[in-house]
Design a protein around this ligand. Sequence first.
Ligand SMILES: Nc1nc2c(ncn2[C@@H]2O[C@H](COP(=O)(O)OP(=O)(O)OP(=O)(O)O)[C@@H](O)[C@H]2O)c(=O)[nH]1
Ligand SMILES: [Mg+2]
Length: 310
Amino acid sequence: MSLFKNFSLDKIKKGLEKTKEKFVNKISETLTGKAKIDENILENLEEILISADIGVETTEIIIEKLRKELKNESDRSIENILKILKSELTETLMDGKLKISDNRPYVILIVGVNGVGKTTSIGKISNNFKNLGKKVLIVAADTFRAAANEQLEIWAKRAGVEIFQGNQNSDPSSVVFDALNKSIKENFDVVLIDTAGRLHNKVNLMNELSKIYRIIRRVLNRNADDILIIIDANNGQNAIVQVQEFSKIVNLTGIIVTKLDGTAKGGIIFNLCQKFKIPVKFIGVGEGIDDLQEFDKIEFVNALFENNNV
Ligand SMILES: Nc1nc2c(ncn2[C@@H]2O[C@H](COP(=O)(O)OP(=O)(O)OP(=O)(O)O)[C@@H](O)[C@H]2O)c(=O)[nH]1
Ligand SMILES: [Mg+2]
């Protein structure tokens, strides 16, 4: 069940077209016309999965499981191998919804490297909450660039939600402190905190994030309810290092993978889930306000494999 009203399988399918081309269509080509599965075909599949950014380790796990399943199966037809492969791929994934009924205000901290889609995703999520009738506060904790504030302001207007801005160059954690106190006093349902893009190897910026994290704990007496890292699908295998490094500073509860519409590297989602066991909560499939979609692993794999029954 999706939490938000904008869920659209068509948007997801469209957003995944490039990944599908690179990955599922190639699998179909490999399997078409083959009567039975053999070791050669398994090797071809392995190559396709690796080149589709699923990662060497994750691919090996999937192929090994497939090999084992096929040993026990009397049905070694192509239809069956596709069925097993789909189910192995689905099992690799982890999905998860926001649980906004648990706490009030429900506080979501958004982190990630530069330009991955943090601000845009906040705009889209806040619009969804607004459509559910929630009272939403967006917090501009990116205090480095005036342009960052302006961009967030535009999104707040578009979504019709309130924005809290500190002074430019003020300490981001003090902005977060004031915003959280306001949200408690004024009974906001949801607080979304936008942070500046930071490279994971810049120590000062990572320390600053750590301070924001501690301030949230201090005000709420708990961690932020969701700490989501935004990953640009175009980054491919670099995404792994990003999740690794941010995990050292904050307790990530989920991943948002953006810009799937522009890349064939969507396979990275399988690798991320397999490696970190952190759920993907949303995927970005375009720049429009409704283009952030809740992630559902079954729908995702179905969308990838649609019309590919060989
Ligand atoms: N095609 C596409 N573009 C996206 C998606 N998500 C974000 N973008 C675009 O990516 C660009 C960067 O997005 P921002 O939201 O500004 O990224 P950010 O992480 O806040 O960037 P910094 O604050 O500079 O670190 C914008 O042009 C967005 O429109 C997506 O899912 N698909
Ligand atoms: Mg931003």
